[in-house]
Write a protein that binds this ligand. Sequence first.
Ligand code: PAF
Length: 282
Amino acid sequence: MKIFNSTKSLQQHLKKEKAKNKSIGFVPTMGAFHKGHLSLMRKSRRENDLTIVSVFVNPTQFGPNEDFKKYPRQKKSDDLLAKKENIDIIFYPSIKEMYPSGFLTYIEVEDITKHLCGQFRKNHFKGVATVVAKFLNIVKPHTMYLGQKDIQQAFVIKRMVQDLNFSTQIKIGETIREKDGLAMSSRNAHLSKTQRKEAIYLYKSLKMAKQRAQKSTIKPKRLETLIRKIINENTKASIQYVTCIDGKTLMPIKHLHGRTIIALATYFGKTRLIDNIIFNAR
Ligand code: PAF
């Protein structure tokens, strides 16, 4: 496994690899690998000749009161895990490498960034879109792999790729869960024992809502209330949002119809957890 810190040396290496007509798969991450990351890496390995993983805790996607400093950084164990997965290249750029002094250019995806997480994390998707655009220009992968857990991020990046004519294909991998249903996340490590036990109610409530929606007609607002009730009765979490959205456009809906997503965000203490479920409504 090759490790690069500089864009220039990575690009020099990739130039040689691309001359051999190799297909390139790319998995962007912020490190602290869990099974969700590993499953994306495996998918890329299966489908490409060469897989690159980036590890960069991107400061521009964190708000001033968010967990940028506290975000887990585990270079040693990440290197070992990536090696075990036979990853060809890890790219660990520094903040200076990605945002040299004088940096002034950002990408803003409109509309679909204004609700859900975007309503509460003001410049979050601007930071995500900008850093991902930079990675796409640096790596120029044939395919990039993202997780369904960050469903709004996946939609935003897909939109940007389409709108700005990037030639990379985007593939979304399913959310990987613990045995009890909790979605894998680097932030789960911050949960106390009690919070960890309670956190299973996020997916439980989403599954119950899906079952309810598939049984007979129900309004999105009532489904959202059902989820809030389950979470409030079983946990001490504070709910930031629970929203039913159109599974094709990501926009909020007044009636359930066809492909539907229910997305939620909660705080267990200071730890913010998100999850979602996708289904076809009756
Ligand atoms: O999902 C993440 O880990 C990050 O938002 C990403 C896509 C690597 C951009 O920093």
